[in-house]
Design a binder for this molecule. Structure first.
Ligand SMILES: Cc1ncc(C[n+]2csc(CCOP(=O)(O)OP(=O)(O)O)c2C)c(N)n1
Ligand SMILES: [Mg+2]
Length: 308
């Protein structure tokens, strides 16, 4: 969680310095979701998500150097500098993007689950999407097929209460998103997405369900993003007090630090050392990214389409 937090802070800085172009959606505040789910996963399980994807990549074990180099549009990035923040992939780590079209990853993630079922490989597709995406039609077409064919997919809805500048109360007729699968017979659960322990426990249950052939499962993670929707956000749709309240009372990392100290499992010095090690890793990634060259203009025609 700390690696994601520090990585995202640095990405925000590099963006401010003009080193990252295009879109950039930071994951700060939501770290417990991907980390708790990842802890429940087995090797070979796949992850797919939308454009707020840096945390998901780091959680799968993708190299921060390659992610940062991609953000800065360099040749050593995961998509050789041509995908940027929203379009990175790693077959090795079973990470399937990175998708800019809201909700588009849901049928794709369901398709991955179909492939798992077809091949009987025992893997589960973890398909993440937001509270805004939960109102997309394609989500419900996917739910129908997933339950009909008992596909091994866990839908993780990251409900951070806003879709760009629109609060969920203004856009959703029903706001308990864990129940969005009821008419298809898909079970769902609401989870405190700021508590990594709660996320892990719920994910273990959901993954067991899907892996044992019972079909899809929905986890609605109640979470919060501290930063703007993207790097250009007028921040007029919520109060500073609301953001502050989440930061001080629910921060996923602070919760863990406080628990470690309270139980005597770590000292202040131990925590400082962990923070330093993480900061060093992020600095190394940022230096690597800036030292990596931009792609040659001839690269414009490579890796863009795959000939059959
Ligand atoms: C089909 C489509 N419609 C609209 C947009 C513009 N858009 C980008 S992000 C976003 C909000 C989605 O919010 P949510 O699903 O809650 O995810 P979050 O950004 O909170 O992680 C919108 C409307 C888009 N990219 N694709
Ligand atoms: Mg949202």
């Amino acid at each position: 969680m700390l690696l994601i937090r520090r990585f995202e802070e640095r990405a925000g800085q590099l963006y401010g310095m003009g080193l990252i172009g295009g879109f950039c959606h930071l994951y700060i505040g939501q770290e417990a979701v991907v980390v708790g789910v990842q802890m429940a996963m087995e090797d070979g399980d796949q992850v797919i998500t939308g454009y707020r994807d840096h945390g998901h990549m780091l959680a799968t074990g993708m190299d921060p150097k390659g992610v940062m180099a991609e953000l800065t549009g360099r040749i050593d990035g995961y998509s050789r500098g041509k995908g940027g923040s929203m379009h990175m992939f790693s077959r090795e780590k079973e990470f399937y993007g990175g998708h800019g079209i809201v909700g588009a990853q849901v049928p794709l993630g369901t398709g991955i689950a179909f492939s798992n079922r077809y091949r009987e490989n025992g893997r589960v597709s973890i398909t993440y999407f937001g509270d805004g995406a939960a109102n997309q039609g394609q989500v419900y077409e996917s739910f129908n097929m997933a339950e009909l064919w008992k596909l091994p997919v866990v839908y993780v809805i990251e409900n951070n209460r806003y879709a760009m500048g629109t609060a969920i109360e203004r856009s959703s007729a029903t706001q308990d998103l864990s129940q969005r699968g009821v008419s298809f017979g898909i079970p769902g659960e609401r989870v405190d997405g700021m508590d990594v322990r709660a996320v892990r426990a719920a994910a273990e249950k959901a993954l067991d369900w899907a892996r044992s052939g019972k079909g899809p499962y929905i986890l609605e993670m109640l979470t919060y993003r501290y930063r703007g929707h993207s790097m250009s956000d007028p921040a007029k749709y919520r109060s500073k007090e609301e953001v502050q309240k989440y930061r001080t009372e629910h921060d996923p990392i602070e919760q863990v630090s406080a628990r470690l100290l309270e139980k005597g499992w770590a000292s202040e010095d131990d925590l400082k050392e962990i923070d330093k090690a993480v900061r060093d890793r992020v600095t190394e990634a940022a230096d690597f990214a800036q030292a990596s060259p931009e792609p040659d203009p001839s690269e414009l025609w490579t890796d863009v389409t795959v000939a059959a």
